[in-house]
Design a protein around this ligand. Structure first.
Ligand SMILES: *[C@@H]1O[C@H](CO)[C@@H](O)[C@H](O)[C@H]1NC(C)=O
Ligand SMILES: *[C@@H]1O[C@H](CO)[C@@H](O)[C@H](O)[C@H]1NC(C)=O
Length: 343
C-alpha cells in the first residue's frame, strides 16, 4: 500500500516536472529570478522531505522524545542580535534546532553554526517583489523536516527579529496542551481578508492571472512571519497548485509581495480551523515608510516597551518582535535576563 502511494507520488512529481519545464519555456521572463535548475532542485528536496515523513509514520515509536521547535532564520546579512539569540537558546539544546538560509559566502554561516549550532542551508538568489522568498521559506521547512523528525513547530524569523519571552515560555505555550496529539497543534499564521489593498495585490500578475485556481474571494494576506505546526509544514512543501500561480512574475512590482499571500491563502483554503489567524511576531506599522515598519532605536528600548510589545489580541502573547536597529542591541542585552527572559 505504501509503495503504491510512493508510485503515485513519483508519477505526479514526474508530471509536474514536465509541466514545469513547459511553463519555463512559455515564460522565460527576464524578471523571473527563479532558475529552472533551482526550482528542480527544490522539487527534489520537497519530495525527499515528504517521503521521509511518510516512511517515519510507518515506524511505531515506543517512547516519545521531547518535541522540538525548528527556528528558521531567513537572512542575507549579519545576524545583529546573535548575542541575544545565544542567550535565548542557552540550556535548551535538546528542545530546538536552528537553520539558517544565507549566502554561502557570508560570514554568518560559520558564525551561527559555532554559537547556536545552526545548520546552514545555502541560499539561492532572493529578491523583494519576487516569489523567491516563498521558495527560501519552503526550502528551510523541507530541510528542517528532513533533518529531525522531532521538529514539530517551525518558527520563521529574520535578522531583524528579537525574542520577547524566554525559550521555556515559548516552548511551554506551544506544546502546553500536553495530552493534545500532534494532529491538533495549531498554526500561528496571520490570515486577513479585508485589507483595502487586496484587489491590487490580487491583480499584481494581471487581472485574471490567478484564475481558476485562486478566486479573489479565496485570496488572503498576512504577516510573512509564522509559527507553523508540522502537518501544515508538510502541506506547504507538497503543494503545487497554488505555487504554479504564485511563482508567476508580477506586472505591478508595487503590489507584489507573494510571501505575504501564499501561506495565508493556502492555509485558509486547506485548514482554516487549524490556524489561529494571528501571527506571534509583533510589528509596528504606525508611521511606516516605503513599506518598512517602524524600527526601534536604542533610545526606545525599555522594560516598558518589551511589556507593551508582548500584549496581543490572540490567545497567546507575542513571542517575537521586529524591527530593531543594530544600535538597540546593547539596551536589549542589558534588560535580557531581568525583563525579556523573565516571564
Ligand atoms: C509605533 O511606532 C510609532 C512611531 O512610528 C511610535 O510613536 C509608537 O510608540 C510605536 N508603538 C509601540 C507600541 O511601540
Ligand atoms: C487589538 O484590537 C484592537 C481593536 O481592534 C486594536 O485597536 C488594537 O490595536 C489591537 N492590539 C494589538 C496589539 O494588535
Amino acid at each position: 500500500m505504501f509503495s503504491s502511494s510512493t508510485l503515485v507520488y513519483s508519477l505526479s512529481l514526474f508530471l509536474s516536472l514536465s509541466l514545469l519545464s513547459f511553463l519555463f519555456f512559455l515564460s522565460s521572463s527576464r524578471r523571473d529570478i527563479l532558475s529552472p535548475a533551482d526550482e528542480l532542485d527544490d522539487l527534489k528536496l520537497f519530495h525527499r522531505a515528504a517521503v521521509s515523513s511518510n516512511n517515519r509514520r510507518l515506524i511505531s515509536v515506543s517512547h516519545t522524545p521531547p518535541p522540538k521547535i525548528a527556528f528558521l532564520f531567513l537572512t542575507n546579512s549579519d545576524l545583529t542580535f546573535l548575542p541575544l539569540w545565544e542567550r535565548f537558546f542557552q540550556g535548551h539544546e535538546h528542545l530546538y534546532n536552528a537553520y539558517i538560509h544565507a549566502d554561502p559566502s557570508s560570514r554568518i554561516s560559520t558564525l551561527l553554526s559555532s554559537t547556536i549550532n545552526a545548520k546552514f542551508i545555502p541560499a539561492k538568489k532572493t529578491a523583494r517583489a519576487s516569489p523567491s522568498l516563498i521558495s527560501a521559506e519552503r526550502r528551510l521547512i523541507a530541510r528542517a523536516i528532513l533533518d529531525d523528525p522531532n521538529n514539530l513547530y517551525f518558527a520563521l524569523v529574520s535578522q531583524h527579529c528579537v525574542p520577547l519571552h524566554s525559550f521555556a515560555y515559548i516552548h511551554n505555550h506551544l506544546f502546553s496542551a500536553r495530552s493534545s496529539p500532534q494532529s491538533h497543534h495549531q498554526s500561528f499564521v496571520e490570515i486577513l481578508s479585508d485589507e483595502p489593498f487586496l484587489p491590487k495585490r490580487y491583480a499584481a500578475r494581471g487581472v485574471d492571472a490567478m484564475m481558476p485556481e485562486i478566486s479573489f474571494q479565496d485570496f488572503r494576506v498576512g504577516s510573512q512571519f509564522f509559527v507553523m505546526a508540522k502537518r501544515h509544514a508538510l502541506m506547504v512543501i507538497k503543494e503545487r497548485k497554488l505555487w504554479r500561480k504564485f511563482r508567476l512574475p508580477c506586472v505591478d512590482d508595487g503590489s507584489c509581495y507573494p510571501e505575504e499571500h501564499y501561506f495565508p491563502t493556502l492555509l485558509s483554503l486547506e485548514d482554516p480551523e487549524g490556524c489561529s489567524r494571528f501571527t506571534l511576531t509583533r510589528v509596528n506599522w504606525t508611521g511606516s515608510v516605503g513599506g518598512h515598519p517602524h524600527t526601534y532605536g536604542a533610545n526606545e528600548v525599555s522594560p516598558r516597551l518589551i511589556r507593551s510589545l508582548r500584549r496581543s489580541n490572540s490567545s497567546l502573547d507575542y513571542f517575537f518582535a521586529r524591527k530593531f536597529s543594530p544600535e538597540s542591541l546593547r539596551g536589549l542585552m542589558e534588560i535580557a535576563d531581568d525583563v525579556i527572559f523573565r516571564d
